[in-house]
Design a protein around this ligand. Structure first.
Ligand SMILES: [Zn+2]
Length: 485
């Protein structure tokens, strides 16, 4: 029996899967055959592994070695398996023992001279080993992930020689030393409070951000909808650990040294429903814990609009959905500066694209009216303080939600009504919800939006009990009368 060397891969759902590598030797012409690596990848692996073993001063007896990798691994990741393949060969050659390989997991590319390089799938190895308790042996690039895996047992190696001597008990190895990483973007975001006016819309965006309530902004072209959405990004709370792990799975090993910021994804108007909702690589997946901004909503196809329904309802990616649209095809319906040129029929056709089921899934609907949207450059120093205030409101609400939902990654917009708990609503608040539902002929979904929104408004204002004033503001923030005709 030969030892199985443990390593890692991942499935289509981006979950780690255990991969085992074993090697046997037989008499015959000396050579190495690898089963389980695609042919394009395997020749490179054999060349690197042979050269690295030689550079380390070790000798494989001149036999025919068959290496088996199960399950098969894809070609893009094949170099990640250099280290486990080498160790399986060394085990077959009796250079290392089963005991020395037990309870350890190996991952890493090896250079021709035996240096251990970074591995694309390191984050999966760390995720697996943190759960299984296996000791992860890998290159030093794990240092960039160490802050995410406090319970990970891990040893970093620089060369194959070090790995060999560590396994033989001839060398002590350091654990990971977490690094402080560089920000991935140096572009300064537009600061929310530097936008002049638009107090209602800014309040709406703060509440939306605090509880992850999907928001639709309606207003004429050039009125500042995009600027407001971009500025909302400066209110994003820091990523949770689990969200950072999921986001980091989407970047390559060479990008690991950078700090991951919550994403701001703004798909073009020609984006298809398919590329919007595609699992893992779609725009919605990429906007995890960040913002998905869909401008020109009603210029998009019905398929795109319909595809939004499910993510708006379940929001598995903890995205804040910010949608924006012009009020009519020409864009100037209700504008104070320009007259609308649309016929009544054009307006109706346009408005009909926004279906009842889609409206039902929008928590906040606000009108963005014409006002001075210029950023006040003179206000930068004073706005720093305001920025802290707006950002702190979001953080306060986030903390209230963490307390309420017991540290789970749940936001008010997606909590059930029993989780939100109507016991913490005053009698007046509940009466107002009932009255509004009756007079506005609210659907169950619309009524629940008001319940959830008013909870967030109270959280933003650090109020444990939801009062009638919070409900009144929630009703104001869901202004369905501003929807296109
Ligand atoms: Zn018009």
């Amino acid at each position: 029996m030969t030892a199985k060397v443990k390593t890692i891969g991942h499935n289509a759902m981006m979950q780690p899967i255990l991969i085992e590598v074993e090697a046997v030797s037989s008499k015959g012409l000396p050579g190495i055959q690898i089963v389980g690596l695609p042919s394009g990848g395997y020749r490179g692996t054999v060349r690197r592994v042979r050269s690295a073993i030689r550079a380390t001063g070790l000798r494989l007896p001149p036999l025919f070695y068959t290496v088996n990798i199960t399950p098969n691994v894809p070609i893009q990741a094949s170099s990640d398996y250099d280290l486990p393949v080498t160790l399986a060969l060394m085990s077959a050659a009796k250079l290392i023992t089963d005991t020395e390989l037990a309870n350890r997991l190996f991952l890493g590319e090896i250079s021709l001279t035996g240096d251990i390089k970074e591995a694309d799938q390191l984050i999966y190895a760390a995720e697996w080993c943190q759960k299984s308790g296996d000791d992860l042996i890998c290159g030093a690039s794990i240092n960039n992930l160490a802050h995410l895996f406090a319970d990970l047992t891990c040893h970093t190696v620089e060369t194959l020689d070090q790995t060999y001597r560590y396994l033989r008990g001839l060398l002590q190895l350091p654990g990971p030393s977490p690094t402080t990483s560089e920000p991935i973007s140096t572009v300064q975001p537009v600061i929310f409070d530097q936008i002049d006016g638009q107090d209602l819309v800014k309040r709406a965006l703060t509440v939306a951000m605090a509880g992850k309530h999907p928001i639709l902004m309606i207003g004429s072209p050039g009125i500042g909808k995009t600027l407001l959405a971009e500025a909302a990004a400066s209110l994003l709370p820091p990523l949770s650990q689990s969200d950072e792990i999921e986001l980091r799975k989407q970047v390559t090993a060479s990008q690991l040294t950078r700090t991951i910021q919550p994403p701001f994804v703004s798909p073009s108007t020609t984006v298809t429903a398919q590329s919007l909702i595609r699992n893992l690589t779609g725009d919605i997946s990429r906007s995890r814990s960040g913002i998905l901004f869909l401008d020109e909503l009603l210029c998009r196809t019905t398929a795109v609009l319909d595809s939004l329904r499910r993510p708006l309802e379940t929001n598995e990616t903890n995205t804040l959905f910010i949608l924006a649209t012009n009020p009519c095809p020409c864009g100037y319906y209700g504008d104070t500066d320009q007259a609308c040129r649309c016929s009544a029929a054009e307006q109706r056709r346009y408005g009909r694209k926004l279906s009842g089921p889609l409206i039902d899934r929008l928590a906040i609907i606000v009108n963005v009216s014409r006002t001075n949207n210029l950023i006040r450059s003179s206000a930068i120093s004073e706005s720093k303080e305001q920025q802290t205030t707006a950002f702190e409101k979001v953080l306060n609400a986030r903390q209230a939600q963490l307390n309420r939902y017991k540290d789970e990654n749940i936001y008010n917009a997606y909590a059930s009504i029993s989780q939100i708990n109507l016991k913490h609503y005053s009698e007046n608040a509940l009466n107002l919800i009932d009255q509004a539902s009756a007079s506005l002929a609210h659907s169950v979904r619309a009524r629940n939006h008001i319940i959830r929104l008013s909870r967030t408004i109270a959280d933003v204002d650090l109020q444990p009990t939801v009062e009638a004033e919070h409900v009144a503001e929630a009703i104001q923030l869901r202004n369905t009368s501003s929807l296109p005709l």
